[in-house]
Design a protein around this ligand. Structure first.
Ligand code: ADP
Length: 240
């Protein structure tokens, strides 16, 4: 999978400036946790990288290829980014297997072995494939959403608060399953969260976004032991 590089990324909605010059690099095969309080611009950053929103200024590179700049705009579908939202948003009228292959070209949709491979990757029994999503727990549904996002072998995976709708008992187990699946797939991933313990436990690196600016990017232990500012200290200090 690819690495991701952002340079001087700005995003405004009319007069409302949300991202104020974000420079960021995510290494190939690593998971970056993007941590910040509500309203700091995390979802906007993720949606802009995906191509759902157009950047106001700056560049986005995926795997060394520029997908956005003043002159270039590669549309969302062509960026090959897997996306998992808060709710997972599975199609209720399709089986789990049909959900997983939904984004594949039609000739690949009948490949049951690919479904089985992906169910195994996310730690679900193969028998889940024939069931409707509502028969699965919330955590299992999020694993299916990840399997669906990984099915087309995307260059990057973006996860927007994927555990926030789960109750505490399911959350830890689902986090582990998702982390394992991403590692096995060799995925480069960005996980958006406002939960400090989630960011510190899952991120190879953690980036702290504050009012549209990245105020620190570091390995979890460095961030915890050597926060660069009072904001970071107060934010990550509560976690442990
Ligand atoms: P976070 O994910 O950190 O909670 P968001 O990226 O969702 O933050 O939102 C950051 C700011 O951008 C908020 O003030 C929000 O109201 C604003 N915003 C997000 N999307 C839009 C939009 N489509 N139009 C106008 N303002 C938006």
């Amino acid at each position: 999978m690819s690495d991701l590089t952002l340079r001087g990324l700005h995003k405004a909605f009319g007069d409302h400036v949300v991202l104020r010059g974000v420079d960021l690099s995510v290494k190939n095969g690593s998971l970056l946790a993007l941590l910040g309080p509500s309203g700091s611009g995390k979802t906007t950053l993720l949606r802009t990288v995906c191509g759902f929103e157009r950047a106001s200024q700056g560049t986005i590179e995926i795997g060394g290829r520029q997908v956005e700049s003043d002159e270039i705009y590669v549309r969302a579908e062509a960026r090959r980014i897997g996306y998992v939202s808060q709710e997972g948003s599975l199609f209720p009228h399709l089986s789990v297997a049909e959900n997983i292959v939904f984004g594949l070209p039609s000739q690949q949709r009948r490949a049951r072995h690919r479904v089985d491979e992906l169910l195994e990757l996310v730690g679900l029994p193969l028998s889940c494939g024939d069931r409707p999503p509502h028969q699965l727990s919330g955590g299992q549904q999020q694993r299916v959403a990840l399997a669906r996002a990984l099915a087309p072998s995307p260059s990057l995976v973006m996860l927007d608060e994927p555990f926030s709708s789960l109750d505490a008992s399911l959350r830890a187990e689902t986090r582990q399953a998702v982390a394992d699946a991403l590692a096995h797939a060799g995925a480069t991933a960005v996980l958006v969260t406002h939960d400090q313990s989630e960011a510190l436990s899952m991120g190879h690196e953690v980036a702290v976004l504050w009012d549209g600016r990245l105020i620190q990017i570091a390995a979890p232990d460095v961030l915890y032991r050597r926060p660069v500012s009072r904001e970071v200290a107060s934010f990550v200090g509560e976690a442990l």
